[in-house]
Design a protein around this ligand. Sequence first.
Ligand SMILES: [Zn+2]
Length: 491
Amino acid sequence: MTPRVLVVLFDGLRPDLVGPATTPHLHRLQQQGVVLARQRTVYPSETRVALTTLVTGAQPGGHGIVGNGYLDRTFDAPRYIDTADDHAVAAHDEATGGALVHAPSLGEVLAAHGRTMAVLASNSTGATLPLNHKAQRLGHLTLSGHARHLATSAQTLAALEARLGPLPAAEAKGTPDLAAQKWLTSAFLDVVCPELRPDVAILSFSEPDFSSHYSGTAARETLRAIAFVDAQFGRVLDWWEAEGRSAGVQLIAASDHGHVTAHARANVAEVLATAGLRCGSPGEPDLDAVLIPGQAGALYLREPSAEIVGRAVAAMMEAPWCGPLFTAPRTDTLGIAAGSLSRCLVFGEHARAPDILFAYRADDRLDPFGLPGGTWSASWPLGLGIHGGLHEKEMASVGLVAGSAFKSGVVSQTPSGIGDFAPTILSLLRIGQPKGMTGRVLHETLATAPIELPPVTKHAHETAAGAYRQRLLHVSVGNAAYIDHGTAEAW
Ligand SMILES: [Zn+2]
């Protein structure tokens, strides 16, 4: 029979928080499938960027969602798109003639082959939409655990509420987001799976990301949220072990990024002022540089000449918070500003790309909960969880595949990425990989006759200017390259 695929996402779950004590059910599945021990997300390590890569199999420069927020300068007046706002995202899609996402998305590819996809997500509205942004037009099911206006269709939601009770109200900030996870899991197990039988389903839990942001990476509340979503996953796993696996359902569990802890405050505007540039937030008047809010450093300049980019970068590189930094390409690997690397090295080259893309400097110090990974931040409360940069604990993400199509009880040390799931899913469904889907099929995980994998290689890209130096580590499987992590320091 044609295998069906279920993808279960745990927003912001660090792989080192998966284990028998913290996530007994995920741990149980680890024994039955292939653990992707070197799984990485994309950069910037932000939810909406990574989830778009998950469903397109394309890098940010390929799909165009280059940050959780970005400026689109292809309009007469640059437009700021905050992808947290699903209305703004939908309006941008319309204004660009349907070209919000530049690579074909899983929902569209499946629909073109007469297949269906269902999305059940408790993430923010802006993170739910890109999982299948054309769902309404395609006639595919989307259910948001929090926003009823995202449901496709309203009638399906009404029918589900009649059986399962109303959609839970959103939790106050800082309260673990639990009720929606339970409602969506019930919707999947009781109705979507047995009755609607989509070819691919994505069940996406907003935790532990929410709790890590508001309580800390391994705070009591966060561990409680992890245990809760793992218990919901346990309900799915009980069904899968009882009937799903033997019915040919392939199961993928993943997270979109990790988390580190904010430990020091960065002031970008103050540093750019020393270079004679007035920097502020989108919408402020008379700016030389727009800093996109959030942890992924993105600066758009009014006049992005090599001279001005160079002046801004030189000032930034003297600041203690300046991590790895990327500008438009000057050579294959170097950016136009001294000390910067090319944006192409982080697969971020796109018309929407910022003139200066940078990560805040991060290190391996232990956070208040004993977990390694700390960073500077421009805005986030110190001591709490954050992500968006290039630290290994932000880039490392959960990856696990299981089912009759996959090997069992294996830990894979072959590098892999969040963009490899879409091509692997299409391969399971015997659908060809569309142009623009640049991830690779995870052949090493498949139970079928082994194929010889291309060699795994490592390559460090390094550059320096003055007392600043940075290093970006790539790992590759043949032509498929992944960003392992990046660092910067003063020396
Ligand atoms: Zn996330």
